[in-house]
Write a protein that binds this ligand. Structure first.
Ligand SMILES: NC(=O)C1=CN([C@@H]2O[C@H](COP(=O)(O)OP(=O)(O)OC[C@H]3O[C@@H](n4cnc5c(N)ncnc54)[C@H](O)[C@@H]3O)[C@@H](O)[C@H]2O)C=CC1
Ligand SMILES: O=C(O)C(=O)COP(=O)(O)O
Length: 528
């Protein structure tokens, strides 16, 4: 498989991908058509913040399974477009947290003591000792906007230097903040009380321009440090506020447009200090995120759950082997049920009984949906199947019960349309042998792979012989069959595992016999 890497990542990550047998192509400067060409045959794309992953780029990559972000922020990736196309988006949210927090602390000191300004003047030969009177952090108040991983790490570090902590984050609990010595407050309170305000939110529609002119006025004579994302602070308003002395200074690592344009107002104000998006740029952080993302790319290529997938169910790697065999069973059950349902699927229920009910089953439910949609959609997988259900207004429910009658574990996929519903149950015999054991209430024993024919017919002598003869005359070999009936002489359901596909013409011949109610041909896994 080809892994395309379009932003520089650390060598150990590249090595890990190569050692797994994949071709790694680096295209750090590729843009426009060259980029579209490079991604055309890629199975995975690895980026940092330098590549805009757009719908157009994804459209150029029909084989793409995953976009891996070697770092935290994913605002440069169109996750919706990836989800629609069934492409996993994953990030590496742990490996550079310390680096980002340390950079924030470094920028805080740099701003509070005017280190870059004094440094530049001394290098230019000027001993400007009298011009700088800094702010002591010990005893000052730190306002933290966004109390997630980086925000909390900054809190720990600056708390230990004697700062008072207030935090604004509408999505965390007061208790969580208090445990780290921070008081959770509203944004306005945070601005008014802070001597130093540090930003740690992602860039989202909600956080865009979160800090504008009004908020900077409320912050007043303090410092603003942004090592999170450009765009969460209005850059023009910030430059103006530092320039006119409303703010004491600012330290900025991230910008709305990167690389930063040389005409940016931020570059013209002496007390705005800047670094070129260096928050994650330490040896340790780069090694961490490169190897973390390489591992996730390898999982995606192997079809295993991806630990930090942002748009697909993920699960603990140690639990996956217990759940994996049910993925196929669920998608097969979904596929059979949908094809047997006469009409549009309006609802899907996935029921887990027995041991499997004790596992994380999001991935299995997504796989069942994949089976339901497979006959209908171009490229459906566990990433976009839940989205497709939502878009089509299909009600998806999941239920669990710990007892499973005659089986250790049973997965049932039921599809509904108005008052009609068809349920298909699958299990694993002896822990490893997948079987479909019930179709529409009939007990059966069918292998869920290859070519399958399901016939509903009258329970009458000679009927099975008739179906066998029609299939035999057409050179379709029967590998296995199972007949089930409700009552003697009533309706029966027979399932045939076949070595060859069944054509529409062959089905017409079968259905021409009045004893045959209907037939459904289903191409399952392992068929073209
Ligand atoms: N400069 C650099 O090189 C680096 C920058 N970053 C950036 O730092 C930021 C934080 O990263 P993490 O802490 O890992 O993310 P995180 O997801 O752990 O934390 C973000 C926090 O922001 C909060 N939040 C969301 N919307 C909010 C709102 N409207 N107001 C206030 N809080 C809100 C969330 O509840 C969450 O607690 C991200 O933007 C990330 O991209 C991260 C690493 C390096
Ligand atoms: O991880 C993040 O969110 C970062 O901002 C780091 O960005 P980078 O990988 O250095 O382009």
């Amino acid at each position: 498989m080809k892994v395309l890497v379009t932003d520089p990542i650390a060598e150990p990550g590249l090595t890990r991908l190569r050692e797994a047998g994949h071709t790694v192509e680096t295209a750090y400067d590729a843009e426009g058509d060259a980029l579209l060409e490079a991604i055309a045959d890629a199975s995975a794309l690895v980026v940092r913040s330098g590549t805009e992953v757009t719908a157009e780029l994804l459209d150029a990559a029909p084989d793409l399974a995953i976009v891996g972000r070697a770092g935290i922020g994913v605002d440069n990736i169109d996750i919706d477009a990836a989800t629609e196309r069934g492409v996993i988006v994953a990030n590496a949210p742990e490996g550079n947290v310390r680096a980002a927090a340390e950079h924030t602390v470094a920028m805080t000191f740099a701003a509070a003591r005017s280190i870059p300004q004094a440094h530049a003047r001394l290098k230019a030969g000027e001993w400007a000792k009298g011009d700088y009177l800094g702010t002591e952090l010990d005893g000052a108040t730190l306002g933290i906007v966004g109390f997630g991983r980086v925000g909390q790490e900054v809190a720990k570090k600056l708390d230990s230097l004697g700062m008072e902590l207030v935090a604004y984050d509408p999505y965390i609990s007061e208790e969580r903040a208090a445990n780290l010595g921070a008081e959770l407050v509203e944004l306005d309170d945070c601005l008014v009380r802070a001597d130093v305000l540090t930003m740690h939110t992602p860039l989202t529609p909600e956080t865009e321009d979160l800090i504008g002119e009004e908020e900077l006025n409320r912050l007043g004579d303090g410092y603003l440090v942004n090592c999170a994302r450009g765009g969460v602070v209005d850059e023009r308003a910030l430059a103006a506020a530092v320039d006119d002395g409303t703010l004491a200074g600012a330290a900025i690592d991230v910008f709305t447009d990167e690389p930063l344009d040389e005409d940016s107002p931020l570059l013209r104000v002496d007390d705005v200090i800047v670094t070129p998006h260096l928050g994650a740029s330490t040896h340790a952080a780069q090694k961490n995120v490169a190897t973390d993302i390489a591992d996730q790319v390898l999982s995606a290529i192997r079809g295993e759950p991806v630990m930090n997938a942002l748009n697909a169910p993920s699960m603990d790697a140690s639990a996956f082997p217990r759940v994996e065999p049910y993925l196929d069973i669920a998608s097969t059950a979904g596929k059979i049920a949908t094809q047997l349902l006469d009409g549009r699927v309006e609802g899907v229920e996935v029921t887990y009984a027995g041991d499997i009910a004790g596992e994380e089953v999001d991935l299995v439910t997504a796989s069942a949906l994949q089976g339901v949609f497979e006959p209908l959609e171009w490229q459906v997988n566990a990433v976009n199947a839940p989205r497709i259900a939502e878009e089509r207004g299909i009600d998806v429910t999941e239920s669990k019960t710990h007892t499973a009658a005659d089986f250790q574990s049973l997965v049932t996929v039921t599809v509904q349309n108005g008052g009609t519903e068809i349920g298909v149950c699958g299990t694993l015999f002896a822990g490893e042998d997948p079987r479909i054991v019930r179709i529409d209430g009939f007990r059966v024993d069918a292998i869920p792979s290859g070519h399958m024919l399901v016939a509903r017919n009258e329970d009458t002598p000679g009927l099975i012989g008739f179906i066998g003869t029609v299939l035999g005359d057409a050179d379709v070999n029967i590998a296995g069959m199972f007949n089930a009936r409700e009552t003697i002489g009533g309706e029966a359901l027979s399932v045939y595992n076949l070595d060859e596909p069944v054509t529409d013409e062959l089905r017409d011949r079968l259905e021409a016999d009045e004893r045959v109610i209907d037939t459904t041909y289903i191409a399952l896994n392992g068929t073209e």
